[in-house]
Design a protein around this ligand. Structure first.
Ligand SMILES: *Cc1c(COP(=O)(O)O)cnc(C)c1O
Length: 356
């Protein structure tokens, strides 16, 4: 079957074998002569899916005993609010680092719950870098960061130290090893690196819940979901199932450490192609570059038509940059094979030869 080299920023490429298994389960799940989509979420067959998905997160991220995992709905966008409700006391204050569109939205949502102090922002330079050198105030209930800035192509290479660190990891979760104990809560929309759109994973230290005194609407209360083992209401069964398949695939190829090596090799190949080519220039500062989303542009925009035709002819999809950055964005999530990066970098090299 012909398959494009898919650089889509999200929803994004997933392993081909996962698409195959998912489509089979839609027709006949577990040999039940029923579709995955028409059975009760309380049936033994689906409860096992939810349990395996949660257990795979635990295993792949090496969670300590006091951490737990939920698969909920609302995307990372509802996660912005969920984070604030569960960790920001009404009369308290939360600290945020503003590194792009998603962190700006997280800040806006947290203001529904309490006071927000933005400790540092890269906004003045169109988010080309990850700020450092700020101090977290002692009275901040937590520090919130966005580990990978999907739109601007920047990524934390080391994490700030904070007593209570909350992280939107939507676009680089499972792409590299992290020490979960550095975080009190991690959340991530599935559709960037873990599965299809429709679910968001929450990973958190259970002992830190229930301490704000807030009256939390049930759906936003992580304790409510935890008591019900991620089955407080009907879970997004298809999204959880396909995420579970993708995590199984990741475990099968050697886990997070193994994919990190491949991701680093892909990123190195991509950034070399940008740096060595006189026709292209990168958006993000070198010390802040993302291994997931490489943002770059032509030094001469009038060549865009020709370049676009060339990569499209090579079977490449989804390379256009976000409107707030322009140019191009190569999203190299876990399931993107290194062969696809070879194809793109060869197109870029060939373009330079043609134009020389
Ligand atoms: C895509 C994205 C979001 C928004 O995710 P939704 O699931 O669409 O709400 C939030 N944060 C980051 C870093 C993202 O890449």
């Amino acid at each position: 079957m012909a398959k494009k080299h898919n650089y889509s920023a999200g929803p994004c490429i997933l392993p081909q074998e996962v698409f195959q298994q998912a489509s089979e389960a839609v027709l006949n799940f577990n040999g039940l002569d029923l579709s995955l989509l028409e059975i009760s979420h309380r049936s033994k067959d689906f409860v096992e899916v939810m349990e395996e998905a949660r257990a795979l997160v635990r295993e792949l991220m090496e969670l300590p005993e006091n951490y737990d995992v939920l698969f909920l709905q609302g995307g990372a966008s509802l996660g912005f609010l969920t984070a604030a409700y569960n960790y920001l006391p009404k009369n308290g204050k939360a600290a945020y680092i503003e590194t792009g569109t998603w962190s700006t939205k997280a800040i806006k949502e947290a203001k529904h719950v309490g006071e927000v102090e933005v400790l540092a922002s890269s906004k003045e330079e169109n988010h080309t870098y990850i700020p450092t050198g700020y101090e977290v105030p002692g009275d901040a209930a937590y520090l919130h960061i966005t580990s990978n800035n999907t739109i601007f192509g920047t990524q934390y290479h080391s994490f700030p130290k904070a007593d209570n660190l909350i992280c939107d990891m939507s676009s680089d979760i499972f792409s590299r090893k992290v020490n979960v104990e550095d975080f009190s809560m991690i959340y991530a929309g599935a559709q960037k690196n873990m599965g299809p759109a429709g679910t968001v994973v929450y990973i958190f230290d259970k002992e830190r819940l229930g301490k704000t005194g807030n009256s939390i609407p049930a759906y936003l209360d992580l304790e409510v979901h935890l008591k019900k083992d991620s089955m407080f209401n009907t879970p997004p069964v298809f999204a959880v199932y396909v995420s579970m398949l993708t995590l199984r695939w990741l475990k099968g190829i050697g886990g997070v450490g193994a994919i990190e090596k491949i991701n680093n090799a892909k990123a190195e190949m991509m950034y070399n192609a940008i740096d060595e080519n006189p026709l292209f220039t990168g958006h993000a500062r070198k010390d802040s570059r993302s291994a997931m989303n490489a943002t770059f542009r032509l030094t001469d925009d009038s060549l865009a038509g020709e370049f676009d035709k060339m990569w499209k002819d090579a079977g490449i999809n989804g390379l256009k940059g976000h409107r707030s950055v322009g140019g191009y964005r190569a999203s190299m999530y876990n399931a993107l094979p290194i062969e696809s990066v070879k194809v793109l970098t060869e197109v870029m090299d060939e373009f330079a030869r043609v134009k020389a």
